[in-house]
Design a protein around this ligand. Structure first.
Ligand SMILES: *[C@@H]1O[C@H](CO)[C@@H](O)[C@H](O)[C@H]1NC(C)=O
Length: 471
């Protein structure tokens, strides 16, 4: 009885401590998350820590992209040995005299994906922002806005030569190009399922979102799906089963619509696409995305109506009672922002990972973290996420609970000594030399060949293994 009372009191405190449109408090989870250092990506040519943007694997190696600090792809072995795999920016220069655009933190190299038949065809794909010196009329655009900046979102194909043991610069091939309205929320991650490449693309900016971004017939705020291999004169083909094949409303390449900044995409073993979508002033989302789904942005933010202005709490309102008739799909997980009513950016945005499904201690979970500040680590149970009711009348919608994780950091690379118990991932980063005062954890997640999860940090240039996800 007493314990129940204390618990209720603590929950009450959690809900009234700050303004937050999401009233469900986040509870402390009971799963232990063990973490250790795995590799250090070299500092860039200016001696700055590499801004690690994404991590994927092929065979038994990890591949890490350095986003805006040079646009390189490093290869990391399972023993943590690091080597430079591909200097994408240099190859662009050699092939076409072009460069990546590093104007904003959203620029540079975003992601790499290896074709499932890489061992035979050597194809790999990169998503990045490319500076455009020529007139836009020289290019074929998938979509572009009337107001163009001097850089585009670009999907490039490259070919690895097994004979020369390197990616050939001369293989540069443009697959898809999107014209951006501002230097914000461009092309994001790539992921293959079978021969089809899924491409997440940001909404372009708050400005474009206010103008209806996410819902328009362009790449902004969408997940696209194509077969990226050239077929005759076609730079790529559209799978016959794409949901908007016969739609007058959306281009054939679109696979799901209504996102803001969907920067993490990852498949489960069942083939479900987990998409972590950074919200604006109020709500972070994780969606298990369905083909042809409309996820609501910029008309909805989480399970709320999104208003063009207003900031925290004031910038969202309740769904209309007849909302189901619009057919939006709502998130499987939401995390509300905290702060003072009316505040704008409050340093909260989620980086998502991949479902853990490998029989490890954290199997059955999905990990995510608040990356722009302290790197608070959260998880939800996959079973809860799959059970969430994401369509229907507003009062029937449910989400999976979010749990806060305690971190057990093997700070001295010795499993026999006691780990440090830490509150967030920034405390891990702050243990690195010279980073005691780091403000942003700036973590991103990726999955390795055994289904284990790593996180990287733009602050430290380090790759860390979540040991509890390793089987
Ligand atoms: C190194 O990274 C910093 C950002 O951390 C960037 O400003 C600088 O231009 C990069 N240097 C090179 C040579 O890429």
């Amino acid at each position: 009885m007493e314990r129940v009372f204390v618990l209720a009191f603590v929950l009450l405190l959690a809900t009234v401590s700050a303004d937050n449109p999401v009233r469900t408090p986040i509870r402390q989870g009971n799963k232990k998350v063990h973490v250790r250092r795995f590799a250090k990506i070299p500092n860039n040519a200016s001696g700055r820590p590499s801004k690690l943007q994404s991590l994927t694997f092929r065979g038994d190696s990890l591949y890490v992209c350095t986003g805006t600090s040079g646009g390189l792809i490093y290869k990391v072995s399972m023993r943590g040995e690091v080597s430079l795999f591909f200097d994408v920016n240099r190859a662009m220069r050699e092939a076409k005299g072009r460069e990546m655009d590093f104007t904003s933190a959203h620029g540079g190299l975003r992601s790499v994906a290896f074709h499932p038949n890489f061992n035979r065809n050597g194809f790999l794909y990169t998503s990045l922002m490319e500076r455009r010196k020529e007139s836009p009329s020289k290019f074929r655009y998938f979509s572009r806005t009337s107001k163009l900046i001097r850089a585009d979102s670009v999907l490039l194909e490259w070919k690895y030569s097994f004979k020369d043991k390197k990616v050939l610069s001369s293989s540069y091939r443009e697959v898809l190009r999107v014209g951006m309205p501002v230097y914000d929320h461009p092309i994001k991650q790539l992921a293959f399922k079978g021969p089809f490449l899924y491409i997440s693309h940001g909404d372009g900016s708050v400005q474009s979102a206010i103008a209806g971004g996410g819902q328009k017939d362009d790449a902004l705020g969408k997940i696209l799906r194509i077969n990226p291999v050239r077929k005759g004169a076609q730079p790529y083909t559209v799978p016959r089963s794409n949901p908007f094949r016969n739609s007058a409303k959306y281009k054939n390449e679109l696979w799901a619509v209504g996102f803001r900044n969907p920067h993490n995409i990852c498949f489960s073993k069942r083939g479900e696409l987990f998409v972590t979508d950074a919200g604006r002033d109020n709500v972070e989302e994780i969606n298990i995305v369905k083909s042809g789904g409309n996820y609501g942005w910029s008309l909805r933010e989480g399970p709320f109506v999104h208003k063009a202005s207003g900031g925290l709490v004031n910038g969202v309102g309740p769904l209309p009672r007849d909302d189901a008739k619009y057919g939006y799909i709502y998130p499987n997980v939401i995390v509300g922002h905290e702060g003072n009513r009316g505040a704008g950016f409050v340093g909260q945005a989620l980086a998502g990972s991949c479902p853990v499904e490998n029989g490890s201690p954290l199997s059955g979970t999905f990990l995510y973290a608040n990356f722009p500040s302290d790197g608070t680590l959260y998880y939800s149970l996959l079973s809860d996420m799959r059970r969430a009711r994401t369509t229907g009348p507003p009062n029937s919608l449910t989400q999976a609970p979010t749990y806060k994780a305690k971190i057990y950091f093997d700070h001295d690379d010795n499993e026999r000594t006691r780990p440090l118990v830490l509150n967030n991932l920034r405390d891990v980063i702050r243990r690195e030399p010279g980073l005691g005062g780091a403000e942003r954890a700036d973590v991103r997640f990726g999955r390795g060949p055994g289904g284990e999860i790593y996180f990287t940090s733009k602050a430290s240039g380090g790759v860390y293994l979540i040991t509890s996800t390793k089987n």
